[in-house]
Design a protein around this ligand. Structure first.
Ligand SMILES: *[C@@H]1O[C@H](CO)[C@@H](O)[C@H](O)[C@H]1NC(C)=O
Length: 263
């Protein structure tokens, strides 16, 4: 525990909010007290975030940037994020060999959809931004365990099938209402999940992401104050809660024209 706290505190990628802790570390104040105070582990809720490739490509400004690997035809993982930890740290390096045994499954379930970023870079970024802080919980305290948990959660939440069973399938023509989709998913993802949209170049609301709140022990739902959408930690990511009054589109996946699935 002390070792972890020293690792987290002692390395360069430290923001001003942590300056106090840095000072404490440098001047040798009590380690145990530091560990309790440090921001990395103070979270109580996680967001498990899945993305829909057919919509995700609409969130990229640059036309040619998106790629959907041929084998990808369903919801993929974006990440598992401790809530209110603004940015974690680069203090715990991750290597491909750490997740070698998961590589095939991760490639299938957690692909990069951005041409300029390899899937491994995507995983490593997520580990640095979020995973190294999720690692405060015993069951997630290594890259291998963290990614295993994510894959397990992805298996648990088969959003495509849940929707399909309720007659909600990707379409270029048929818009859906937030209330309709929310009521279907609430049965499986809890009432507090959030459906997120981007606005495409024709001004349509397009569904691209769903955020599922989980507590520290990974049970569904979590009492964080305020909704996930207004959390300052996520204001940097594209998208917004799909507006309740405006029907949105659940675009199909088009591997050839990922950014123009509807012509
Ligand atoms: C998980 O955590 C929540 C919130 O802290 C708690 O209410 C619930 O009882 C816990 N469930 C289990 C199975 O430990």
């Amino acid at each position: 525990m002390l070792l972890l706290s020293l690792l987290l505190l002692g390395l360069p990628d430290i923001t001003t909010t942590q300056e106090g802790h840095m000072k404490d570390y440098k001047y040798g104040y009590q380690g145990s007290e530091l560990y309790d105070k440090k921001p990395f582990c103070s979270w109580t809720c996680l967001l498990f975030t899945l993305q829909w490739p057919g919509g995700f490509c609409q969130s990229l400004n640059e036309e040619t940037l998106c790629t959907i690997p041929e084998s990808i035809d369903t919801w993929t993982i974006h990440g598992l994020w401790p809530l209110r930890v603004l940015s974690c740290c680069n203090c715990w390096p991750m290597f491909l060999s750490d997740v070698q045994e998961l590589q095939v499954e991760l490639t299938e379930r957690w692909p990069s959809l951005v041409k300029t970023k390899s899937s491994f870079h995507f995983w490593r970024d997520e580990w640095h931004r979020h995973g190294a802080c999720a690692a405060c919980v015993e069951g997630m305290n290594s890259p291998l365990r963290y990614f295993q948990i994510c894959l397990r959660l992805r298996g648990q939440f088969d959003v495509y099938r849940l929707l399909e069973d309720a007659g909600i399938t990707p379409s270029c023509e048929r818009p859906y209402k937030v209330a309709e989709v929310h009521s279907v998913l609430a049965l499986f993802l809890g009432d507090k999940h959030e459906i997120q949209c981007v606005t495409d170049d024709q001004g349509r609301e397009v569904w691209f992401q769903v955020k599922i709140p989980l507590s520290r022990n990974l049970t569904l739902g979590c009492d964080h104050h305020g909704d996930a959408g207004s959390d300052p930690g996520w204001s940097l990511s594209p998208g917004h809660p799909c507006p309740p009054q405006v029907p949105f589109y659940y675009y199909p996946i088009d591997h050839q024209h990922p950014q123009q699935p509807c012509g």
